[in-house]
Design a protein around this ligand. Structure first.
Ligand SMILES: [Zn+2]
Length: 484
């Protein structure tokens, strides 16, 4: 990828604009539902189709979600703000302008901590989404014969979160986007699905000589729809720009498109400046006056965020940073974990169960913890039953867990039904242990000679004979006793 020469010669400067689709029931300026996968042009009305003479009415929930996001990112909430018209002429924008916010965004000046580094947030503003063009027709080589337009997405509420140019590598950019996505999902304002386009990243990349304070000319990369593509797009763009600079050329400010298949960026259009959009205040909407009491109310709904949990888990539950990272990534998982611990399960054991076999099951069945049938009470019971010695670890994993996850049956009922209780009775186990020792004279000889590894073989044999129900601790003890 990037040559080492370029890497030492240039410093990379990256800023990211994230468009997040808000999880409201209806669109930003009309009552049409926000609903993915509906038949084309069914969720539309005269307002979102841009018919003459209609008036937009602002959805209050959009403002609440924007404020909530701003509060979580430490922004100042602008109490007096307004909407502006941004002029575009694209077929997917029926009004020929987009209602957005220009010089008075709802949130200003926040920050996001990414792996211990603070990335500044320039602003957050609200705007409406455009429709979707579907390029159809048969002439693949020379492009489509014609295009279809679906206005269902038109008027879907968006917030645009603009970072300061504080990011310095492709990996840091990916981590920034991942951290931001995690927060948006914790706040329950956006589902963060990059593949479906509900979170879209535009990435500004420029290079400057190492040690310089003056930023180079930047290019904006669009159409980056996975975290992997964030890294790939930036790396190829760094390579492209450094080759131009190395050969004495100049970077042209433009918007470039990332092509998933070739892994290259291609020129899309020369970058518009603000004046190209001919912004002016939206005359059909009154300016917003936001009351402090409403901001306070929204503040109450901001949950404990992943970075706060990351600080707390190692202290409260003695978990490693790696375990903490996995558990706090998703809010449902984190809250599930906390519930299990509150119910009396050992924190480390609960973490191991969730990160290990339960996550494996969820992945295999393409589901998540909230949609599994196992309640926190059941997982806590399972862990406590193992601790009490009612069942052993293996039986819990192989015979009980999957059934609880898939059917929601109680662990204790499964144990009763299947007769899975651990055998701890020494009398009952002693005869099995004796039998196993006697029928394997060769291994017994080795064990007596001090080859401790052979002990595992005998424990395994006893487990097999007992249908996996023997208590390994008791079996180990009995073997030691019988050898004396
Ligand atoms: Zn509508």
């Amino acid at each position: 990828m990037t040559s080492t020469i370029s890497k030492t010669k240039y410093e990379v400067v990256i800023g990211i604009e994230v468009h997040a689709q808000l999880k409201t029931k209806t669109k930003i300026f009309c009552n049409c539902p926000v609903d993915f996968g509906a038949d084309p042009n069914t969720n539309v009305c005269p307002v979102c189709l841009g018919m003459p003479g209609v008036l937009p009415v602002l959805n209050k929930q959009v403002v609440a979600f924007a404020i909530k996001t701003g509060l979580a990112l430490g922004c100042e909430i602008t109490k007096h703000c307004k909407f502006d018209r941004k002029q575009y002429f694209y077929p997917d924008l029926p009004k020929n302008y987009q209602i957005s916010q220009y010089d008075q965004p709802i949130c200003k000046g926040g920050h996001l901590e990414v792996n211990g580094k603070v990335v500044g947030i320039e602003r957050i503003h609200m705007e409406e989404d455009a429709g979707k063009l579907v390029h159809a027709g048969s002439d693949r080589l020379h492009g489509s014969d014609y295009s279809l337009v679906d206005y269902n997405r038109t008027g879907t509420p968006l917030i645009e979160i603009v970072s300061k140019p504080d990011i310095r590598s492709a990996e840091e950019a990916r981590d920034y986007a991942q951290t931001l996505r995690s927060i948006l999902r914790y706040l329950d304002v956006c589902d963060g699905n990059l593949e479906e386009g509900s979170m879209r990243c535009d990435i500004n990349v420029s290079l400057m000589p190492v040690g310089s304070k003056i930023y180079g000319t930047r290019c904006e990369i669009k159409n980056v729809n996975s975290f992997r593509s964030v890294v790939r797009a930036i790396e190829t763009e760094i390579e492209r720009q450094s080759e131009i600079l190395d050969s004495g050329g100049k970077i042209v400010q433009e918007t470039r498109l990332f092509e998933e298949n070739s892994g290259k960026t291609i020129s899309m259009r020369s970058k518009e400046e603000a004046h190209d959009y001919r912004y002016f205040p939206e005359p059909d909407l009154v300016p917003l006056e936001i009351a402090q009491s409403w901001i306070n109310e929204i503040k109450e709904t901001v949950p404990e965020l992943p970075h706060q949990k990351k600080l707390r888990y190692p202290k409260d539950y003695s978990l490693s940073t790696d375990d903490t990272k996995i558990l706090t990534e998703d809010r449902n998982m984190a809250e599930y974990y906390e519930a299990v611990v509150r119910l009396g399960a050992n924190p480390k054991k609960a973490a191991n169960w969730l990160i290990g076999p339960i996550t494996a099951y969820l992945k295999e069945h393409r589901t998540d913890i909230i949609n599994s049938h196992m309640t926190p009470v059941q997982l806590a019971d399972l862990i406590i039953l193992i601790e009490k010695g009612t069942i052993n670890d293996n039986i819990a994993k192989s015979e009980i867990l999957e059934e609880v996850l898939s059917t929601g049956a109680n662990p204790e009922e499964i144990i009763k039904q299947k007769g899975l209780s651990q055998i701890t009775d020494e009398g009952e186990l002693k005869s099995i242990v004796k039998g196993v020792l006697e029928s394997n004279p060769e291994q017994l000889k080795q064990l007596k000679e001090g080859k401790d590894k052979v002990k595992g073989f005998f424990v395994g044999q006893v487990m097999k004979k007992s249908g996996g129900k023997a208590s390994p601790a008791v079996v180990n003890k009995l073997i030691d006793e019988l050898l004396k």
